[in-house]
Design a protein around this ligand. Structure first.
Ligand code: FNR
Length: 384
């Protein structure tokens, strides 16, 4: 298959670009405004240099880690992303199944096109459910109850969306609510007829987790999106985070932390983990890159909680660099979405396989037989 010729994540990105209509591809690929933060996420990984140790026995390389109390076979997890059914009918279930197969944690977004319960039925692996700050506190309580009942391992509260980010590619392409593709957009969809055929046979795309909250009769995508967009609260504070932590009572991550003061506030509010993230550069353009924000946060958190990172990871070396700078785990978003957009579930398998193989190779080349041995002394500017 064409996946055999995908040697890295960028190859999967190219395949996704070919299969998906422009509006869908740009929705995955783009960021806010000038996309400066999105590019900084990559650039700042490139400016970190590894200094390998040599003559270490690396005949066995151990990639296993722990996160949220679960044992993982690989050092990276699946970031929550919305509406996977737009990219391929395999959607969230295939991503969750691929994660379980790879031995890692899947995160389902509130904005997912598959329900909490359906994802749980399709995947026996570790799972997290991601919520936002909702105006209706009952909606949060409902999600907490459903996630608990469906045996999710962790809850993730995303805090970097007090208001929607300004994504100009989406505005230009008519990827708005409701969609307004325009004549060129419609022609572009027709030109990508393979995607269009898949889309036509996909289960009707809905925001499955909130579908029951509005009238069956009105359950089209624009009404649902309108409902959920109105649910986003710009008024949430740390006190609300604490109340969510208390109600959930299990492993709890706050996602979207870039300031070390906020990392401490997250722990004080009852979070067991922070996810250093700028939402893949899709929210505040001009925000610090994730990898640049990591060291101060790792330092602030110390051994008081788990520090994870997402944003810009495209290579195994990026994962090793993140561990060297203090992360205890990583998450990836676009890498698996490129795979899904390129070839559905097989593409997701491929994305996870590429990053796993690369990480194993980079560890061996760095002179480390286990990801847990990474201690920062592998960095060019390391000082004892
Ligand atoms: C996202 N992200 C995101 N985050 C979140 O908490 N809830 C969500 O629903 C979404 N939706 C979403 C859709 C798409 C298409 C993308 C690309 C991203 C952000 C995501 O969880 C993660 O923080 C970034 O994707 C990480 O950066 P990389 O790995 O994509 O560079």
């Amino acid at each position: 298959s064409m996946l055999d010729k995908a040697y890295n994540i960028d190859d999967l990105r190219r395949l996704a670009k070919r299969r998906l209509p422009r509006a869908m591809f740009d929705y995955i690929d783009g960021g806010a405004e000038d996309e400066a933060t999105m590019h900084a996420n990559r650039r700042d990984f490139a400016s970190v240099s590894l200094v390998p140790h040599q003559l270490v026995d690396v005949s066995e390389v151990d990639l296993s880690t722990e996160a949220f109390g679960a044992k993982l076979s690989i050092p990276f997890m699946i970031s929550p992303t919305g509406m996977s059914a737009m990219f391929h009918p395999d959607a969230e279930s295939a991503v969750a199944a691929a994660a379980a197969k790879a031995g890692t944690l899947y995160s389902l977004s509130t904005m997912g096109s598959t329900s909490i319960e359906d994802v749980a039925a399709r995947s026996c692996g570790p799972k997290a459910f991601q919520i936002y700050a909702f105006r209706d506190r009952d909606l949060t309580s409902e999600f907490i109850e459903r996630a608990r009942k469906a045996k999710y391992d962790a809850l993730i509260l995303t805090v970097d969306v007090p208001v929607a980010g300004n994504r100009e590619r989406d505005l230009r392409n008519g990827m708005t609510l409701p969609p307004a593709l325009g004549l060129m957009g419609v022609l572009d969809v027709l030109r990508h007829w393979r995607w269009a055929l898949d889309y036509a046979r996909a289960p009707r795309m809905t925001l499955a987790n909130v579908a029951h909250r509005i009238d069956e009769a009105n359950a089209d995508i624009s009404t649902l999106s309108g409902y959920i967009t109105k649910q986003f609260s710009p008024a949430m504070t740390w006190a609300d985070a604490r109340s969510i932590a208390d109600e959930w009572g299990g492993p709890f991550a706050i996602k979207g932390i870039l300031h070390p003061d906020d990392a401490r506030a997250a722990l004080d509010s009852g979070a067991s983990a922070v996810i250093v993230s700028n939402h893949g550069g899709r929210q505040l353009d001009g925000a610090i890159s994730s990898i640049a924000a990591l060291p101060a946060i790792a330092n602030a958190v110390g051994s008081q909680g788990e520090v994870f990172l997402d944003g810009g990871i495209r290579r195994g070396s990026d994962i090793v660099k993140a561990f060297a700078l203090g992360a205890k785990g990583c998450f990836v978003g676009r890498p698996y979405l490129y795979g899904l957009g390129a070839a559905g579930g097989h593409g997701v398998d491929k994305a996870l396989e590429i990053l796993t193989t690369e990480t194993r190779r980079v560890l061996a080349l760095t002179g480390r037989s286990s990801i847990k041995e990474i201690d920062g002394s592998e960095l060019a500017d390391h000082r004892d």
